[in-house]
Design a binder for this molecule. Structure first.
Ligand SMILES: [Zn+2]
Length: 266
């Protein structure tokens, strides 16, 4: 069994403020350790379920947060950003049996996390696909499903877990925190690790063909920016329409083309 894990930090237990999530703030060191331990827990659960090979994308900020020396020996860690449109799931392809997402967070426009955003906290007001507000979970979940790779587990804040449940019934969720205004209510870090390990084992021990990989035939992407200058620039991407001064729209039946547009647009 070959498993892919995409990992972010804003949905790691305890993370509340950008100072918890970015170098060189002193509190960041604690939370990058917890991010490493939550990813390790997902690997340990996968290995208990029979994984042979696990690829991990460090998908937060500069992509250089996770300490690879703490991970099991059958892992490969992708650090930094290649510039490929698959971005947070770089190198994912149909040879993988399942995708798990660790430390994911609520979307732009959602109140589920003090750090809610989609791809860019400075530029993007919201992103929608087919009239539904989307998070990074949806954006790269669709990419995985298009390849026939089911998304079997997500850990993160309560809101993203609820969104994942309604988008993909049957997905296993590990809710490690709840956002309330500019605060978070967090489960204890060791408890988060235990729950992620047990849930990863459970998710991968079940029949992987029971997880849905059905995707729409056509994708309509809408991006609303915080500043009109960004919408103006994106409107020059081929096939993109300026809907109003801050909003662009792009349609395709080829999901990779949507990811290519997003690469240009953020
Ligand atoms: Zn992040």
């Amino acid at each position: 069994m070959k498993i892919y894990i995409s990992a972010d930090i804003e949905g790691i237990t305890g993370v509340t403020h950008w100072d918890d999530a970015v170098k060189p703030q002193p509190d960041y060191e604690n939370f990058r350790k917890q991010m490493t331990l939550e990813v390790k827990a997902a690997c340990d659960g996968a290995n208990e379920a029979g994984a042979n090979e696990i690829w991990i994308k460090d998908a937060h900020a500069d992509g250089r947060n996770i300490d690879g020396s703490k991970l099991p020996e059958n892992t490969k860690l992708i650090r930094g950003w290649s510039g490929h449109p698959l971005s947070m799931v770089q190198e994912l392809n149909s040879s993988f049996d399942a995708l798990m997402m660790i430390g994911f967070h609520s979307s732009a426009g959602s109140a589920g996390n003090p750090l809610s955003h989609t791809m860019s906290s400075s530029k993007i007001q919201y992103m929608k696909i087919n009239d539904t507000f989307i998070s990074e979970f949806h954006l790269f979940g669709f990419a995985s499903m298009v390849m026939g790779v089911p998304v079997v587990l997500i850990s993160g804040d309560e809101q993203i877990c609820n969104d994942a449940n309604s988008f993909m019934p049957g997905i296993i969720t590990v809710n490690v925190k709840k956002g309330v205004g500019d605060s978070t209510i967090n489960i204890q870090p060791d408890v988060a690790i235990d729950q992620i390990r047990d849930s990863a084992k459970q998710a991968l021990s079940s029949d992987l063909s029971s997880y849905s990989t059905k995707v729409p035939d056509r994708f309509q992407l809408e991006i609303q920016y915080k500043h009109h200058k960004n919408a103006y620039k994106s409107s020059y991407y081929p096939g993109t329409v300026l809907v109003d001064p801050v909003t662009c729209s792009f349609q395709t039946d080829d999901y990779f083309e949507l990811l290519r547009m997003v690469l240009f647009a953020i």
